[in-house]
Design a protein around this ligand. Structure first.
Ligand code: SAM
Length: 239
């Protein structure tokens, strides 16, 4: 998958993606990241990328032309059709389901704002969707872009040691993940639940499902409205 990032700090996004699973996805050719800095496409000695907002008020607004030229360069570098995604606190919430859908794409462009944001006319003309990583305001879209890149890269086939591990993560089946334990069995902080060492796979699966259901019910009951629950799940929840 190819991801083009348009940002005043493309190196920052590249660094965020350089480690662990995303780093390995890059090394294995599963993820190709390309950064485009609108400042490289700006005019004049000062290479301005921002101007004051019309109507007055605080802050600056990113200008259309340097961003548009950077976007054009990204499109020309790879002529395959692409979705242009603007990271924005006003966007649709970014979810695991959205990550799964984006992970099937061959490429996408991530547009990062700074200051008060981007001139609205560019958004209307060039952006296919706006994604938010949460109801808070960051100073730039770069961290949000890194979040999207990480979530999507780890879903590429071969990115994780075992592709099954992504399938068992929180949100994949609509529920939160169950708790996990490793060595040692006995510790001053507690003992590993005996069922996990029983070797009985059916019982282990049942325990994990029960824990997932219980955690979701306690921590995120809103998820239960949308989760695909079996009759057995419903019976366990009602118990
Ligand atoms: N004035 C804008 C507003 O209130 O909607 C906020 C601008 S913010 C200071 C600068 C940039 O950070 C935005 O253009 C966007 O790219 C990015 N950003 C901030 N919060 C974000 C969030 N929750 N999700 C995704 N991107 C975000």
């Amino acid at each position: 998958m190819r991801i083009d990032v348009i940002s005043l700090f493309p190196e920052f996004v590249a660094q965020c993606a350089a480690f662990g699973v995303t780093g390995r996805a890059g090394e294995r050719g599963l993820l190709q990241l390309h950064g485009w800095n609108p400042r490289d496409f700006a005019q004049g000695n000062y290479r301005r990328v921002d101007e004051r907002p019309f109507g007055g008020g605080p802050g600056m607004v990113m200008m259309i032309d340097p961003l548009r030229a950077a976007l054009q360069a990204a499109r020309e570098a790879d002529p395959r059709p692409t979705r242009v995604i603007y990271l924005s606190p006003q966007g649709v919430p970014f979810t695991q389901a959205r990550a799964r859908e984006l992970a099937t794409r061959e490429r996408m462009v991530l547009l990062c704002g700074r200051y008060e944001g981007i001139d609205e006319r560019l958004i209307e003309a060039e952006v296919d969707e706006e994604l938010s990583i949460g109801d808070y305001v960051l100073s730039g879209g770069e961290l949000a872009a890194a979040v999207v890149i990480d979530a999507v890269a780890r879903l590429q086939e071969g990115a994780l040691g075992d592709d099954q591990s992504a399938v068992q993560d929180s949100f994949e089946d609509g529920l939160l993940d169950c708790p996990h334990y490793t060595r040692p069995v006995e510790h001053e902080l507690g003992q590993v639940p005996p069922v996990l060492m029983s070797g009985n796979h059916a019982q282990i699966a049942r325990w994990r499902r029960l824990e997932s259901l219980g955690r979701t019910w306690r921590r995120r009951p809103d998820l239960l409205d949308e989760a695909a629950l079996s009759k057995t799940d419903r019976a366990l929840l009602d118990a």
